[in-house]
Design a protein around this ligand. Structure first.
Ligand code: B12
Length: 474
């Protein structure tokens, strides 16, 4: 007689659908890895009303619940949104009242504020970082009442997270996320994508970045053959869908990205691919050629600044010459690109800002989109946090769960806003990150235009075309 497995309900708390919905791939990976020992269900709050969670909780009657927290805030200084209050009010606290078993927290956003969120959301345990290795032991231990405190990355009430080290250079084998098996993938088809991770860890040292706190610094790559197999299987199941690499930096290490693209190109799967976070460091004609043949139709490039001084201060790991070379390669390859700049970091001045706009004018194609973020979100444990404390901008004990932003005090917010506003006025392709959530009317106009013309250009180019027309009209 087969024994019934204990039940675990995994809840994705994320309801953000801008700039487009992000399917909870991490939670689905956890679901797959738990499923050999537990009966698992996944609830996706992005496309299901909260009431249906309470119904599921009654019907499924899980022994434990895992709550995945991806986003804390939208990282916008101007009119920004914090998601924590909603998660607390609509999910965590009602869950605590309705459910008597263990509640476990995890996810990228959670990993940045593990002790503060565990206390605020009154959960029983949390996990910093990835879950495939310890998730099963954590849930099992909590359900049996055994000591889980020594498991790497585990957080218990009133205690600091147990340290974990991610070994640099190790091969990463992941179970298949099978996202569409765990959640309804349909709402992600039109504007979203099927997320795939090819490696973990980030070896860059950017002063503001939170990625090392989530993924660790040790770089671990998945074998390309494994990634190609996963994509081929998902394509077989889902047909026409965009695949998106969710690595922190897709092109580092360069050989890994190159080899994967070549293997994807050889597999002739007819893919549509995209990725965020291309470091200019590895971008050249050869890599772009492989990416195009693999199925990339657009990329995101994240230099953060065009200023020589700021690239050094932000410790981006490349200089202006490398950035120019990358920009020339992107234009040469006619690869539609969304560019990302973050302005106002330590040492930013009117001169360094002007240098960034000079870079934009000389090197970025006017049909490409330039995202400008004002102020840097300060994360715990970063060099930026230390600078902000040293300059008296934040208190050393500030947990930073409520977002705080760095704008160089010598420059000041007013001057930053003023200069960026003036430069934007004559550059319709430059948008503030707060303006990049396309308004619904513009989006439907763009959809209609695309249907009429049959264009397969990236959506951002269609939106930009409409924006440019309204710029010339006004
Ligand atoms: C790729 C990415 C994107 C892509 C997503 C593309 C896509 N199709 O998914 C794009 C560019 C669209 C994007 C957009 C945004 N992003 Co983003 N994104 C990332 C990134 C780099 C990777 C996320 C990912 O998929 N990881 C891969 C999966 C496998 O890992 P995972 O989700 O962490 O899951 C693992 C663990 O966390 C854990 N886990 C997860 N859930 C649970 C649950 C339990 C119970 C347990 C025990 C464990 C556990 O186990 C999983 C498997 O090992 C992270 C940074 C990072 N390095 O993590 C930022 C990150 C998540 N993004 C962030 C933000 C803010 C956003 C935006 C709000 C930005 C904006 N203003 O537009 C939007 C929101 C989009 C949305 N709809 O939600 C922040 C969140 C922190 C914060 N301040 O809130 C992060 C952490 C980056 C940062 N700056 O620090 N993003």
């Amino acid at each position: 007689m087969s024994q019934t497995k204990p039940r675990i309900l995994l809840v994705s708390a994320n309801t953000e659908t801008a700039p487009y919905p992000a399917a909870p791939v991490g939670l689905c990976l956890l679901a797959t890895s738990l499923s050999s020992a537990f009966e698992v269900r996944v609830f996706d709050a992005a496309f299901s009303p909260p009431e249906s969670l309470w119904q599921l909780l009654d019907e499924f009657a899980p022994a434990a619940v895992g709550l995945s927290i991806r986003n804390i805030d939208d990282m916008a200084m101007e009119g920004g949104v914090s998601y924590v209050e909603r998660i607390e009010r609509e999910l965590a606290l009602p869950l605590r009242r309705h459910f008597k078993g263990p509640i476990v927290l995890g996810g990228a956003g959670y990993s940045l504020f593990p002790t503060a969120l565990l206390a605020l959301l009154r959960a029983d345990a949390g996990l910093v970082g990835e879950a495939e290795d310890v998730g099963q032991r954590l849930f099992d231990g909590l359900l049996r009442g055994t000591d889980v405190s020594s498991l790497p990355g585990v957080v218990l009430p009133g205690r600091a997270p147990t340290p974990r080290v991610m070994r640099h250079g190790a091969t990463l084998h992941l179970p298949e996320a099978n996202v569409d098996r765990w959640i309804d993938f349909e709402p992600y088809r039109a504007r979203g994508s099927y997320p795939v991770q090819t490696k973990r860890g980030c070896r860059f040292g950017c002063i503001y970045c939170s990625y090392p706190s989530i993924e660790g610094r040790g770089l671990r790559r998945r074998p390309s053959s494994e990634v190609v197999r996963e994509i081929a299987a998902a394509k077989e199941r889902l047909g026409d869908v965009t695949f998106e690499f969710v690595d922190s930096t897709f092109d580092d290490p360069r050989e890994h990205a190159q080899e994967l693209c070549e293997e994807l190109a050889r597999a002739k799967l007819g893919l549509r691919l995209r990725t965020m976070g291309l470091s200019p460091l590895a971008v050249d004609a050869r890599l772009l050629d492989s990416m195009r043949r693999a199925g990339f139709t657009q990329v995101d490039c994240t230099p953060d600044s065009g200023s020589r001084t700021m690239l050094e201060t932000l410790r981006k790991g490349f200089d202006r010459a490398v950035l120019e070379r990358a920009a020339v390669a992107l234009r040469g390859a006619a690869m539609p690109t969304m560019w990302f700049f973050v302005l106002g970091g330590p040492g930013e001045t009117l001169d360094t800002l002007n240098e960034t706009f000079e870079f934009i004018d000389r090197f970025i194609h006017p049909e490409d989109l330039v995202h400008l973020t004002l102020g840097l979100r300060i994360y715990p444990g970063t060099a930026l946090q230390a600078t902000a404390v040293a300059r008296g901008l934040i208190a050393a004990e500030d947990e930073l769960l409520r977002p705080r932003f760095y704008v160089d005090p010598g420059l000041g917010l007013e001057a930053l806003v003023d200069l960026v506003g003036k430069r934007q006025a004559s550059r319709p392709h430059c948008m503030r990150s707060t303006q990049t959530k396309p308004d619904p009317a513009l989006l439907s106009e763009a959809m209609a235009l695309r249907a009429r013309t049959g264009t397969d250009e990236p959506m951002f180019r269609t939106l930009l075309r409409l924006r440019r027309e309204s710029f010339t009209r006004s």
